[in-house]
Design a protein around this ligand. Structure first.
Ligand code: NAP
Length: 258
């Protein structure tokens, strides 16, 4: 299926590794020109080189997307994207008794306010062009909270509530806003959380990974390729009637009928 977005431009935040990189690769395969960001230069440069093999224009911007400077650098390189993929690292796990106001403000900044400010910067340009696709990478925690990830549960649900309203106002201009909710995907972040829980339980991360894979109806973790392809579809020309949705990609782990 041709997704009808060849020649469009996407700004994919936090895309040197993991899920963001998966989205960038799937969009590149569709012929979308890319601006990708991350804090670390080395992995970002390597990913940009990998993406250039798809014969598209690729730029990379080193910076922290949760800061005003990081966002303005990304937007300077890509002031008027057709596609925006919002992403950043997730907040650390822990016990809510240990989180003071600063910890909460940091989580809200990174996983709620940063994506909202990115949308604010680009959405009117998309409306003027009568085409825009915005995808937020959030978490399965929005649908079913993860106890040790309270900062993530809280901040991402705030973003989701805001998007629910905004997305209904932009779709008449062919600008859609949706979120992808990853369950367990095989990335560095997954293994970092696994190490945290393993240490608490006196087990190894490999032991825990086996337990988690076995408990998932798919009996495995998701791949970044699967995640990226779902993102590319939401960014497609054909997906103009899908907005304000929260698509759970978790191998069937969430047990609800809906
Ligand atoms: P990952 O493998 O650790 O990759 C994170 C990517 O984001 C890297 O390229 C990283 O590069 C970049 N990044 C992180 N913080 C950034 C920032 N402040 N500014 C710019 N770039 C930043 O993580 P992932 O698994 O892909 O996770 C992506 C998001 O999905 C996270 O918010 C995570 O919590 C969420 N999530 C993941 C899973 C899962 O199973 N993997 C499940 C639920 C939710 P630098 O470090 O160089 O900046």
């Amino acid at each position: 299926m041709d997704l009808g977005i060849r020649g469009k431009t996407a700004l994919v935040c936090a895309a040197s590794k993991g899920l963001g990189k998966g989205c960038a690769i799937s969009l590149a395969r569709e012929g979308v020109n890319l601006v990708i960001t991350a804090r670390g230069r080395e992995a970002l440069e390597a990913t940009a080189a990998e993406l250039s093999k798809f014969k598209i224009d690729v730029q990379f911007v080193v910076g922290d997307i949760t800061t005003a400077e990081g966002r303005s650098a990304a937007l300077k390189a890509c002031p008027s994207p057709d596609i925006l993929v919002n992403n950043a690292g997730g907040p650390p796990p822990g016990d809510f008794r240990d989180w003071d106001r600063d910890a909460w403000v940091k989580a809200l900044d990174a996983n709620m306010i940063a994506p909202i400010l990115m949308i604010r910067a680009v959405v009117d340009g998309m409306i003027a062009k009568k085409f825009g696709r915005i995808v937020n990478i959030t978490s399965g925690a929005v649908k079913a909270p993860i106890p040790e990830l309270g900062l993530s549960n809280g901040a991402r649900t705030g973003l989701t509530g805001f998007i629910a309203g905004l997305s209904r106002t932009t779709v008449q201009h062919n600008v859609t806003i949706n979120s992808l909710l990853p369950g367990p995907f095989d990335t560095e972040r997954l293994w970092a959380n696994m190490e945290f829980n393993a240490k608490k339980l006196g087990k190894t991360a490999a032991d825990l990974a086996k337990v988690r894979r076995d408990a998932n109806p798919a009996r495995r973790f998701g791949t970044t390729e699967e995640f990226g392809d779902a993102c590319a579809y939401l960014c497609s020309a054909q997906a103009g009637y899908i907005t304000g949705q929260n698509l759970l990609l978790d191998g069937g782990s969430y047990p609800g009928t809906f």
